[in-house]
Design a protein around this ligand. Structure first.
Ligand code: NAP
Ligand code: HSE
Length: 439
């Protein structure tokens, strides 16, 4: 099903005119001349679809609230999905491809589950540059720029909202709720912001990057995922005191014939490049066997940055169509056509150093019990700090915050140790852990 543009125009239908959709429309208008010169044809948005057509909005494009009107319009060459959600966008993608149209999306939640089904179906181009790290062209960098490399590791700040929250908590002393509210006002957060803070959005993005780097069909359920909900000011203070800062990282590492994948708040050396990535900015460090480390930095969320990536896909499709290429011949969706050959390392076998925050009774023998529980699980302590005792209002007793870092141990050992610590009478609540990445 090859396509040739008969006129000097690529006609586009957009589904979703929110933060990203309205920036795509505005940027195509603002930079029309330069985009046309680069695409070789004019990119025209013929129609757009919204959920609530009665909402007052300044949209210069004819609107509908009927998704089928976009998909079934024979004049439309490309459907751009910018509405969010998971299953409905997947059905839209399939219907679009079955009509012989190209499909562009910023929807990482849908791709995290359905990218391989779409890649198999696709006889027309699928663009998804905007699905990972907003305005950073990381998909193209991995798929094309680094295609000569065996990818040894990817470490990335993949979520703008959580990085904005951690930055505001670290640098300006904001509390979590205040920072999240501001990120929502700025258009960075998902419609359901729990995805930003519980690590799932970053996991969706990591699963997409892992497909391109390793050809693996990994789902978020197969990954170790933790969010930033439990980070407290004392964790940030401890990190600072020992030369670290806390970032929500997505990590993929290759070990012989298996891949380790995880997303969690991470203490990283404050001298590292990623430690300087603040606010809504994202960065991805990729280690390739020939290129060595390359780092990609830019705005990870927000309308304009994301529109930049969406339009880059439209330009690529316009060029492909002008050369009369099919998607599967010219540019396989996920870079790989081979079958999966790597195993995923089971979560409990992943190893790391850990920071622990333990709230315990402030009395004789408590530290001994904590140390014995760790030792029982063959975990050794590398750094230790006890915060001054405070009065616990619920029990009217003094309690102590014990903060410590461990040497390298396994996820299995640390989870057993947490269960053991929690069962000690002197420990007041489930200890909080943050992984430490020294590489
Ligand atoms: P948004 O501001 O909430 O906009 C969503 C748009 O989709 C709205 O125009 C909404 O219509 C429309 N819509 C929702 N459900 C619909 C339905 N059933 N039928 C028709 N239209 C529907 O969302 P956004 O922030 O632009 O995000 C859109 C997508 O881009 C999501 O997949 C998101 O994960 C992804 N993304 C966002 C960013 C970012 O920084 N915001 C960055 C990268 C990727 P109404 O206007 O009538 O409500
Ligand atoms: N909510 C997402 C973020 C949008 O904050 O990173 C960009 O994917």
């Amino acid at each position: 099903m090859s396509k040739v543009l008969t006129q000097k125009q690529l006609k586009v239908g957009v589904i979703g005119v929110g933060v990203v959709g309205s920036s795509v429309i505005a940027t195509l208008e603002k930079n029309r001349d330069i985009i046309t010169a680069r695409a070789g044809v004019e990119i025209i948005i013929k129609k757009a679809c919204v959920r609530d057509i009665s909402k007052p909005r300044a949209c210069p494009i004819p609107l509908t609230d009927d998704i089928d009107e976009i998909i079934n319009d024979d004049e439309i060459d490309v459907v751009v999905e910018l509405m969010g959600g998971r299953e409905l966008p997947y059905h839209i993608a399939k219907a679009t491809l079955s009509k012989g149209k190209a499909f562009v999306t910023a929807n990482k939640a849908m791709l995290a589950y359905h990218r391989y089904e779409l890649a198999k179906l696709a006889r027309t181009p699928i663009g998804f540059e905007a699905s990972v790290c907003g305005g950073i062209p990381i998909i193209n960098a991995l798929k094309v720029g680094l295609s000569a490399n065996e990818i040894l590791a990817i470490r990335g700040i993949l979520n703008g909202t959580s990085n904005y929250i951690l930055t505001k908590m670290t640098q300006d002393g904001w509390d979590f709720t205040q920072a999240l509210k501001k990120a929502q006002e700025l258009g960075y957060a998902e419609a359901d912001p729990s995805l930003d803070i519980n690590g799932l959005d970053a996991a969706h993005k990591l699963s997409i990057l892992a497909s391109i780097a390793y050809g693996i069909d990994v789902r978020p359920e197969d990954m170790l995922i933790e969010g930033i909900e439990h980070i407290a000011p004392e964790d940030i203070e401890f990190a600072k005191e020992f030369g670290y800062c806390i970032k929500l990282l997505g990590i993929a590492k290759k070990h012989d014939s298996s891949i380790e994948l995880r997303v969690h708040p991470t203490m990283i050396d404050e001298e590292k490049l990623l430690a300087d990535v603040d606010g809504v900015m994202n960065a991805v460090s990729v280690v390739g066997d020939c290129a060595g480390e390359s780092v990609y930095y830019g705005a990870g969320a927000g309308g304009n940055a994301t529109a930049s990536s969406v339009i880059s896909d439209l330009v690529a499709i316009a060029r492909l169509y002008s050369q009369n290429h099919r998607q599967d011949q010219a540019n396989p969706m996920l870079g790989f056509i081979t079958e999966q050959s790597y195993a995923i390392i089971p979560k409990q076998d992943i190893t790391s150093r850990y920071y622990l925050r333990i709230l315990a009774d402030d009395k004789h023998g408590v530290l001994e019990k904590i140390a014995a529980t760790l030792s029982h699980n063959k975990i050794s302590i590398s750094t230790f700090l006890q915060k001054p005792s405070t009065l616990d209002s619920s029990s009217s007793q003094n309690c102590a915050k014990v903060l410590l870092a461990t040497h390298t141990t396994s996820e299995f050992a640390i989870q057993n140790a947490i269960t053991g610590l929690q069962s000690l009478e002197v420990v007041r609540q489930k200890p909080v852990i943050i992984r430490i990445e020294d590489e």
